[in-house]
Design a protein around this ligand. Structure first.
Ligand code: ZN
Length: 165
């Protein structure tokens, strides 16, 4: 399975838990998988429990270092500003993402964290990998959410946090 396929598997698992379907994988310098995670904001009651944050923390724990030198992050959706800033702090070498997020993204949209003056570290960025597949997962999730009669405030909040695509 390619790293993006593994991220997609995490995103599907997140959808099955009624989380916004975003999945992420951290690869070590040799391409080995160090960590993989899906969104857990609802399950953990933690608004910062985005897939990227969880995978970065787990990878750093495994390596026993706060900086993931030479490591890459693969994620199904363009990271939000919080996660983009975390990628800078973790010194990620390369960011690979699937779908673009014009509403909630912070890399190619919004604050464009890596291009901001004073940004301490600028990861290489590859966007649009398996974009259709990654985007479709989110579209189906939000269509179901909107069709559902039991939309909760918390779900609507999640939608605006991640963009409705
Ligand atoms: Zn995020």
């Amino acid at each position: 399975m390619s790293p993006m396929d593994q991220a997609l598997a995490e995103a599907r698992a997140a959808a099955a838990r009624n989380e916004v379907p975003v999945g992420a994988v951290v690869l070590g310098p040799g391409g080995q998988v160090l960590a993989r995670a899906g969104n857990r904001t609802e399950a953990d009651a933690d608004a910062s429990a985005h897939a990227e944050m969880l995978a970065l923390r787990e990878a750093a724990r495994r390596l026993g270092t706060p900086r993931l030198i030479g490591c890459d992050l693969v994620v199904t959706l363009e990271p939000c500003p919080m996660c983009a800033a975390a990628l800078v702090h973790f010194r990620i070498r390369r960011l690979v993402f699937g779908a673009y997020d014009p509403k909630g993204g912070g890399v190619e949209h919004g604050p464009r964290i890596f291009d901001a003056p004073g940004c301490l570290h600028r990861p290489e960025v590859v966007g649009g990998v398996q974009e259709a597949e990654c985007g479709a997962l989110l579209q189906v999730f939000f269509q179901k959410l909107r069709a559902s009669n039991s939309i909760e405030i918390i779900s609507i909040k999640g939608l605006s946090d991640h963009g409705s695509l």
